[in-house]
Design a protein around this ligand. Structure first.
Ligand SMILES: Cc1cc2nc3c(=O)[nH]c(=O)nc-3n(C[C@H](O)[C@H](O)[C@H](O)COP(=O)(O)O)c2cc1C
Length: 416
């Protein structure tokens, strides 16, 4: 019987264990988590979501307070178009986070950065250009483009000396999205080095509509493999979304995938950024609490635990401090939903906004409990302590379980 360890993901001459820990913003897929994946010979992701904010927390910079101070007169104003990021600070935050992570890397694996197009930062093109090139300049092994079609993203890196040596790939959820992307990149004579096919059971934002339940990862993966074969394109395909056991992973490798990308199992690892108290909520979650809703201002459906504090919270938009989701005109669907609610309840001090959520603030504070569909099975991956809490796991334990387990089994950790 085969296991994941019988396979290797090949990038030219470089070989890695075919397990990729997916990017989880905002600093849920921490440097510590990514470093463990690399140490064990796989691929880990850090995320470039809200890096100025993450940099303040990690490296004691003052980007958020400086930005907030600069735009404080705008706080009560609905039009956020003047609230711009300082590109030098975005570059500095990217350089800090990526280079510090890369300097700490040990082992034969690789570290990639997850870069979401939907973080439009009130200047979509220029901020994306700085983020992508900043990560390349700081020595990241690769970039995974996500949350968007990224039709212009390769061109933004074209002049970077690392454009052809770094591993560049994209997350897609359909053949159609892939075709559009490939058409664009072929003009630069630069194919992606890998393609992540993400199905509807993944965590974070979904590349599907609210009809997500009608789709299935294996079907989409096979369509994409067939399309690449027909086009004679030998690009490694990585399957993602709902791969919960080593056996699930092996099934995708046997179907022709070069690797798998997994995330939910690692949300309860000690090295992940989710605070212990919130991690317990992930363990406790039940199947009926798995919810896909449209509260994200990005326009993409997002999966989260239905008890997530972000749902219905009516905080004032925090764009002067954050503002990562502002479109190129200073707009965000949360600002509109918030203002409409304030208009409806002029005398209410604490309003509730059900329609949308202030995603920047809630993700930053780990109050938006986004999760993969199988989060409700996390309790089966560990021991219950005498006080009713669940024993946190190490990333190495989860990684090894994916790599070596067979027969649909999940290895429990040594009981503490
Ligand atoms: C808590 C959490 C946060 C996530 N955040 C992001 C993100 O910021 N960007 C992204 O491209 N994917 C994100 N994802 C998706 C993962 O990277 C991954 O592709 C997917 O969740 C794999 O499916 P699984 O969680 O069922 O293993 C997130 C997933 C989780 C569970």
């Amino acid at each position: 019987m085969k296991c994941v360890d019988d396979f290797r993901l090949q990038f030219g001459k470089k070989e890695v264990v075919p397990i990729i820990i997916g990017g989880m913003g905002v600093d849920i897929s921490t440097a510590e988590l990514a470093l463990e994946a690399a140490r064990l010979g796989g691929i880990g992701h850090i995320s470039d979501a809200m890096l100025p904010t993450v940099s303040d927390r990690r490296y004691k910079t003052k980007f958020v307070s400086e930005k907030q101070k600069q735009y404080k007169l705008n706080i009560e104003i609905a039009d956020k178009s003047i609230v711009q990021f300082d590109l030098g600070q975005v570059a500095e935050a990217t350089r800090l986070h990526v280079s510090r992570t890369m300097e700490a890397k040990r082992g034969d694996g690789m570290i990639f950065v997850n870069c979401m197009e939907k973080l439009t930062m009130n200047s979509p093109r220029e901020t994306l250009r700085v983020r992508l090139n900043g990560a390349l300049d700081a020595g990241v092994d690769g970039i995974t483009l996500s949350a968007g079609l990224h039709l212009g993203s390769f061109a933004l890196m074209e002049d970077n000396p690392r454009f052809r040596d770094a591993k560049l790939g994209i997350i897609v959820s359909s053949v159609r999205a892939l075709q559009l992307f490939l058409r664009k990149t072929s003009r630069l004579n630069r194919l992606p080095d890998f393609i992540v096919v993400e199905g509807p059971l993944a965590g974070g934002h979904l590349g599907f509509g609210m009809d997500w339940a009608e789709y299935d990862l294996m079907t989409i993966t096979k369509e994409i493999l067939a399309h690449l074969a027909a086009e004679k394109l030998a690009i490694p395909v990585i399957a993602a979304g709902g791969i919960f056991t080593g056996t699930d992973a092996t099934n995708f490798l046997e179907a022709g995938c070069a690797g798998v990308q997994v995330a939910t199992r690692f949300t309860v690892a000690k090295e992940c950024g989710i605070p212990e108290k919130v991690r317990q909520e992930y363990f406790k979650a039940t199947e009926d609490q798995m919810e896909v809703n449209t509260t994200s201002p990005t326009g993409y459906p997002m999966r989260m635990i239905s008890t997530s504090p972000s749902i219905g919270a009516g905080i004032r938009p925090n764009c002067e401090a954050y503002g990562y989701l502002l479109d190129g005109n200073g707009g965000c669907a949360y600002i509109d939903a918030y203002n409409a609610e304030v208009m409806r309840n002029p005398d209410t001090k604490k309003i509730s906004v059900m329609e949308k959520t202030c995603l920047c603030t809630h993700m930053r504070n780990y109050d938006c409990w986004t999760c993969g569909h199988y989060t409700y099975r996390l309790k089966d991956t560990t021991h219950r302590n005498a006080d009713g809490t669940y024993q946190s796991l190490s990333a190495a334990h989860i990684f090894n379980d994916y790599q070596f387990s067979v027969d649909g089994k999940i290895a429990l950790p040594v009981k503490l």
